[in-house]
Design a protein around this ligand. Structure first.
Ligand code: B12
Length: 211
């Protein structure tokens, strides 16, 4: 039996090799991919954040933990996607300008794909105009913005303004999320919704497109 505490520990210790090995073993034994993410991996990253905050960890440790988390997620991602069914809508997603955090954004993208959405991922550090042109050029009906830094949250507001200036704001819904983001902030900047995690993101996206 895979030792699931070892998965938590591997991410906490930034041990990519162990993280991948335990994930492989757990999946082979039929573990629920979403359970692994929600109950083992995300809490490990939360603890990494806590340690960073109280200066037990520094940027190199963050990078190693993020690498271990990504290694596991690479194995889990296709399974999350495979859980989905009928196409529900088209989403443009990205981490806003100035922000390089992409683990949560990638998870939301995978879950949306798993929830039947077609997803165009613009990556990280995405300028407001780039979101606007992706919407103008395509047929997206939802834009998802992720921010993990309080200093990059204003880029969300700027992105909504850029969508308005490009004349596409009215035909799409804007969803925002990320650790420092709140429903109150979403209301303040005129977003259509806020989701605290990837599961809520899928429910919200479905609600926004009326599915
Ligand atoms: C890993 C990490 C990094 C990695 C990122 C690697 C990567 N490829 O993503 C690296 C080392 C690069 C990094 C760098 C920095 N980081 Co950092 N980082 C983190 C850490 C520990 C974990 C983030 C994470 O991946 N969590 C796991 C994922 C699954 O959770 P999540 O991102 O929150 O996403 C979930 C939800 O928020 C939601 N969600 C996310 N996006 C969206 C979008 C939508 C539309 C919806 C609906 C939902 C949604 O769903 C997701 C899944 O459930 C956090 C601490 C924390 N606990 O958040 C700090 C943290 C975010 N970092 C922080 C800081 C300060 C920095 C640096 C400035 C450090 C420095 N001095 O250089 C730089 C900034 C670089 C930049 N310009 O972006 C601070 C931010 C403080 C603040 N409030 O502004 C934090 C909070 C750490 C801390 N406690 O101080 N970091």
């Amino acid at each position: 039996m895979a030792d699931l505490n070892a998965l938590h520990k591997a991410i906490l210790n930034g041990d990519l090799k162990s993280a991948v090995a335990v994930t492989k073993e757990a999946l082979a034994e039929g573990a629920d991919p979403l359970d692994l993410v929600t109950n083992r991996m995300v809490p490990a990253m939360d603890e990494v954040g806590r340690r960073f905050e109280c200066e037990e960890y520094f940027v190199p440790e963050l990078l190693l933990s993020a690498r271990a988390m990504k290694g596991s997620l690479e194995l889990i991602r296709p399974l999350l996607v495979a859980q989905g069914a009928e196409p529900a809508g088209r989403v443009v997603i990205g981490t806003v300008k100035g922000d390089l955090h992409d683990i949560g954004k990638n998870l939301v993208a995978s879950m949306l794909e798993g929830g039947g959405f077609q997803v165009i991922d613009l990556g990280t550090d995405v300028a407001p105009e780039k979101f606007a042109s992706a919407v103008a050029e395509g047929s997206a009906n939802i834009v998802c913005l992720s921010a993990l830094l309080t200093v990059t949250m204003p880029s969300m507001k700027k992105t909504i303004e850029a969508l308005r200036e490009a004349g596409v704001r009215e035909r799409i819904k804007v969803m925002i999320g990320g650790a420092p983001v709140t429903q109150q902030y979403a209301d303040e900047i005129g977003a259509d919704g806020y989701g605290e995690n990837a599961t809520v993101a899928v429910q919200l996206a479905r609600r926004l497109v009326g599915k």
